[in-house]
Write a new protein. Sequence first.
Length: 436
Amino acid sequence: MLNKPETYWNNVLFADQSKFYIFGSDGRIMVWRRKNEELNPKNLVGTVKYGGGGVLVWGCMSVSGLDNDPKHTALNIRLWCLYNCPQNLKTPPQSPDLNPIEHISRELELICNYSVLLLNNDIKFGSKIFKWEDYETRLDPHNIHPADNISITYDKHKPSGEEIEIYTDGSKINDQVGAAIVVFYYNAEIFNRTIRLSDFATVYQAEVTGIQMALEFISTIGPWNKINLYTDSLSVLEALNTFKTSKQEILAIKNDILEMSKEKSITLHWIPAHTGLQGNETADSYAKKATTKPYIEKIPKKSFKQLKNAISNVQIQIWQERWASSTTKNGRHTEKLIPAVSIHTKKFSHFTVQFLSGHGRFPAYFVRFGRSLNIKCPCDAVGDTLHYVVNCPFTEKYAKKLIYDKDNLSTILNREENLGLLHSIYQEVNNLVPQV
């Protein structure tokens, strides 16, 4: 779906319906299913679209607007709608039932889960190729026998200074990642090791590497009565403590600890970071030094989250290129005000949206859509969107307070106080210009 040409979407209609009960509720019916099986027929429950006490709302949206289509603007059509159609339901644009972004995000998740991480297939998105071997292979917990699901427990006891105590840590400084372990025997340092990871590695991966290095050290010594392993990474300890896991490295650590525990007593402990504990502070120091090593010693697999983010970034890049280079007239006014696209939404008042979209109670707008022949503002200048910000005497008391770069209109949105002034300007315009 994501590789369809732009023209394909001109004929696509996003539609959905929801039933809202006025009195009571039909309740929620729960089913047991595996992840990504929600559309399996056996997991679907039919909804009843009739009966009293409820209303069924249907909505749709498309890429191409039809507001100016003669079939919709004809006088007899508008009169029929006026007398026969109920009042429009004021639904916010973020409504899940009307938001196609949901489907795009879902498509991305399916690509990540199945094509790359489970089917081990390379995918091409835009001009970028994502190779499956660069990413963590996810395990399906349902393919693991319940008897093989093990939990490695931990406690929060402080170091006692007795026997062997191993401290691990991971660090990321200036976008460089390192991991380290330090081993004490009755409070005397006897061993340390550091590793620098790839710059794209996460701190979590560095912490996991620290645990792996600790187990490698433990494997080099013979049977031992008591070995305490300390880390300040609660996320790694919780991953080990959980019975089911989809990460191969976590499963491997569990199995290693289980095997080593036949000859050695290994106990995992969580300790808070930067609280003055000698072992933790020493491991932290070594991990920071590891980030400055001139060469990389470990290239971990990229995470599922990194794959999703990478695909999302490519999607945004394609969107940005289309937004900036479009040769159509649609959205060009808005592009001057918001040149950079973003998936993060920002709430504007409906008066400010008139400024951003160019669609509002402006004489030039009414002329453009054939609702009026008079393009002039009451001040006798052309009444377009920007006129009321730049040089209209009726809105000057607000416009002169706006602070922005006159050569770069998009900077008008950089200051929060400008949004309030824009609201006041176009509220004034709505009082000034009669509706047609």
